[in-house]
Ligand binder design. Sequence first.
Ligand code: ASP
Ligand code: MG
Length: 404
Amino acid sequence: MGLIVQKYGGSSVADATCLFRVANRIKSYYDKGDSLVVVVSAQGDTTDDLLEKAAEINKNPSKREMDVLLSSGEQISMSLLAMALEKLGCPVISLTGWQAGISTSARHSNARIGSIQTDRILRELDQKRIVIVAGFQGIDRYDDITTLGRGGSDTSAVALAAALHADKCQIYTDVKGVYTADPRIVPDAAKLEDISYDEMLELSSLGANVLHNRSVEVGKKFNVKMEVLSSFVDEPGTEVKEVSKVEKMIVRGVARDNEVARISLKDVGDVPGKAFTVFSILAQKNINVDIILQSLGRDGKRDISFTVSESALDAALQVLEENRDVIGAAEVLHDSDVSKVSIVGAGMVSNPGVAANMFEALYNANINIKMISTSEIKVSVLVARNEGDAAVRAIHEKFNLSNI
Ligand code: ASP
Ligand code: MG
């Protein structure tokens, strides 16, 4: 018996059949005596449909009104799930983000949770009710509805688990857990029993798309025991926690990210301050830079290349062109036909040769590497986009990840 926060994603609550499958699962926990707080996403493609509806009316609506609209998707789910539980005879109440006490920053469409007033939820739990909370939303200091960014319901759930000191936070989705690679790319990818917060953070930011990045940050900060599992089957998923069995496995997963583009500044002066100029100009525009590569100086000039997310490419090119004279670059080149492929694993630091093995796999597959970056727990390479999947498969095979 304990306090469990569960989160059900859009595909898990997509229709009546799904909703009753979820309601029965919740009931089985409730009947065992657990206290349950359940966070839901909008059904199926609801959020995308709402975005389309908005675009029919106004291509450039205010972010405030967009948040009012998008937050309604989760409210449909929460009430329908509550009705399903009522039908099964369970005492239940649904709450919006605001009713659940979730306060956020005022940054519409990408707000951060600041604090959670848990009184109302605790009162309902005391009454032995199952509490359903709309994910992805909160309220700011002006009493306006905010949303947490796409995929943000995961973060609602983990933040609630932290605030309520829950025994665990289960994230139910349509996959059975976290895999060594995207099973759509590598059909025999293996499900991981557990993974550390740091590894998961790398995998989610590298395009593994299982969990909202910030949910893992919050989980790590407050040491929330998280588990990713399927709502469609009854089997254990992948636990996300502080320590995993790193000694057994050096590389835990291969991720691929296509939301990336490369920019190169040609013939920048080989003098102090150039990198500072370039990257502070980008930082002022809030543009994140990832892999950075600088060529050797020749004839007093050198090239600086770096990657940005593909969605930031236009803004980056614009601000760089505007400042080309200040930077002193002969040309600003770009290439968005690239993929970033990365291996992740906390055991890598103390195992030399991991990067070499990865590069050998790419060499054997005749895949050219455009850029490389390494950190304590990951090695990333940039390759041509049409070779991204082949790169993932070659690396996955090389490290024998199907047989972990
Ligand atoms: N419904 C929102 C989205 O589609 C939030 C979520 O599902 O977590 O992004
Ligand atoms: Mg999601």
